[in-house]
Design a protein around this ligand. Structure first.
Ligand SMILES: Nc1ncnc2c1ncn2[C@@H]1O[C@H](COP(=O)(O)OP(=O)(O)OP(=O)(O)O)[C@@H](O)[C@H]1O
Ligand SMILES: [Mg+2]
Length: 325
C-alpha cells in the first residue's frame, strides 16, 4: 500500500443475521477496493445492493443484526476492524466523517445551529470560548451561510433545506476529516440544489484536501463530480474504473444497463429500465448473480462465478464477457 492510498479494503464481508440465525443476508460479500487521497469516489448500484452497508462497515456503525465477518479495512495503514470501540469513537467524526443526505434527520431540532457545531468541535478539538465561536463562524462562512452571527442562534427549522444541508456539511468538515462519506439514500432531493451542494464540497476539497466518497443514485452527479466509480451489484463490486471510462465504455453489462436506465431521465424515449429485479441476497442465483437479467448470459455465467477481469489501468469488471457489445 503506497502513501497515496488513504483506504485499502480487502475481502470485506458484512452479513445480516436473522434472529434465529437461520437466514443470512450477504449484504457485502468479499468486497475489495482502494480510495486514493484526493479522490472523489462514487459508489453506485440499485437500491439494496449493499452501498450503505459498506459505509457502515468502515465506520463500524452497523445495526445489531449485522456483523462484519471477514476482511481488512486499512485506513492510513491502520486496521479499523482491530480498533477498540474507544479508538473508533475517536476516528469517527475526526478522521472519517459521514453525511447522511437527509439534513432534517442529521440535525437535532432541539438545539441551535451554533450549539450543534460547537459540540462537535468541543468533542474533537481543544477550542473553547472565543476561539470556538470564531471557528464556528468561519465554518458557516465556508459553506456560504450569510450572517453567521445571527445564524448561530437559530434553530434547524428556521433554515431552508439547502441551508440545513450545508450546515450538516460544515459539521462533518469541522474537524478536518481525511475522508468524508456522503450517503444519499433517497432520490427525491432537488437535483439542482444537490449539485450546488456537491460542487461546494468539491471546492472545500480543493481547500482542505479531504477525500470524498459519494454513495449516490444520481449518475449526472457522478459524471460531473467524481474521479473514480465503483459499481455494486448484489453485495459485490462488479466494476471499478476511472469515471470517464465508465461513461464511454462500460465493461460490465450491469453498468451498461444502469447507464441506459439513467439516461432515460433526460430523454424518456431512450429509457430502458433494467429488466427483472435485483436478487434476494439471502438466496442468490448460482454463477454470476446478474445472469438472470443479463443479455449476454451463457451456460458458464449460470454456473460459475466470474473472476475479476483486468480491463486496463484502474479498471476491472467481474464478468465472463467484459466489454461485450
Ligand atoms: N436492518 C436490516 N436487516 C436485515 N437486512 C438488512 C438490513 N438493512 C439492510 N439489509 C440488507 O442489506 C442489503 C443491503 O442494504 P444497504 O442498505 O446497504 O443497500 P443500499 O445499496 O445502501 O441501498 P439504497 O440505495 O436503497 O440505500 C439489503 O438488500 C437488505 O437485504
Ligand atoms: Mg443506502
Amino acid at each position: 500500500m503506497d502513501n497515496n492510498t488513504l483506504l485499502h479494503v480487502t475481502g470485506l464481508k458484512t452479513y445480516f443475521f436473522s434472529f434465529a440465525g437461520t437466514r443470512i443476508v450477504k449484504a457485502v460479500d468479499d468486497v475489495s477496493f482502494d480510495i486514493r487521497r484526493g479522490d472523489r469516489l462514487a459508489v453506485i448500484g440499485e437500491s439494496g445492493c449493499g452501498k450503505s452497508t459498506v459505509a457502515a462497515s468502515l465506520l463500524r456503525v452497523l445495526p445489531p443484526s449485522a456483523k462484519t465477518v471477514g476482511g481488512e479495512i486499512l485506513f492510513e495503514g491502520e486496521d479499523l476492524l482491530k480498533k477498540s470501540n474507544r479508538e473508533m469513537n475517536d476516528i469517527r467524526g475526526r478522521r472519517i466523517a459521514m453525511i447522511l443526505q437527509d439534513p432534517m434527520m442529521s440535525l437535532d431540532p432541539v438545539f441551535t445551529i451554533g450549539r450543534q457545531l460547537g459540540e462537535t468541535l468541543e468533542r474533537h478539538t481543544p477550542l473553547r470560548g472565543e476561539s470556538l465561536l470564531r471557528r464556528i463562524k468561519e465554518l458557516l462562512t465556508a459553506v456560504n451561510i450569510q450572517e453567521p452571527e445571527r445564524r448561530i442562534n437559530q434553530w434547524p427549522h428556521e433554515m431552508s433545506g439547502g441551508m440545513r444541508q450545508r450546515i450538516v456539511g460544515s459539521i462533518a468538515l469541522s474537524c478536518e476529516p481525511k475522508l468524508l462519506i456522503c450517503d444519499e439514500a433517497t432520490t427525491n432531493l432537488d437535483v439542482t440544489l444537490q449539485l450546488q451542494y456537491l460542487n461546494l464540497l468539491k471546492e472545500l476539497q480543493e481547500k482542505t484536501g479531504v477525500t470524498l466518497a459519494f454513495i449516490t443514485h444520481n449518475l449526472g452527479i457522478v459524471a460531473e463530480l467524481c474521479t473514480t466509480v465503483i459499481v455494486m451489484y448484489a453485495g459485490k463490486i462488479v466494476e471499478r474504473a476511472p469515471v470517464m471510462d465508465v461513461f464511454d465504455s462500460p465493461a460490465h453489462p450491469y453498468t451498461k444497463a444502469l447507464l441506459d436506465a439513467a439516461f432515460g431521465l433526460q430523454d424518456t424515449r431512450k429509457r430502458r429500465p433494467i429488466p427483472g429485479e435485483p436478487p434476494n441476497l439471502a438466496n442468490l442465483p448460482p454463477g454470476c448473480s446478474f445472469h438472470p437479467r443479463c443479455i449476454h448470459a451463457d451456460d458458464r455465467c449460470r454456473k460459475e462465478e466470474p473472476p475479476e477481469a483486468d480491463m486496463g489501468p484502474g479498471r476491472s469488471a467481474k464478468c465472463w464477457h467484459p466489454g461485450k457489445e
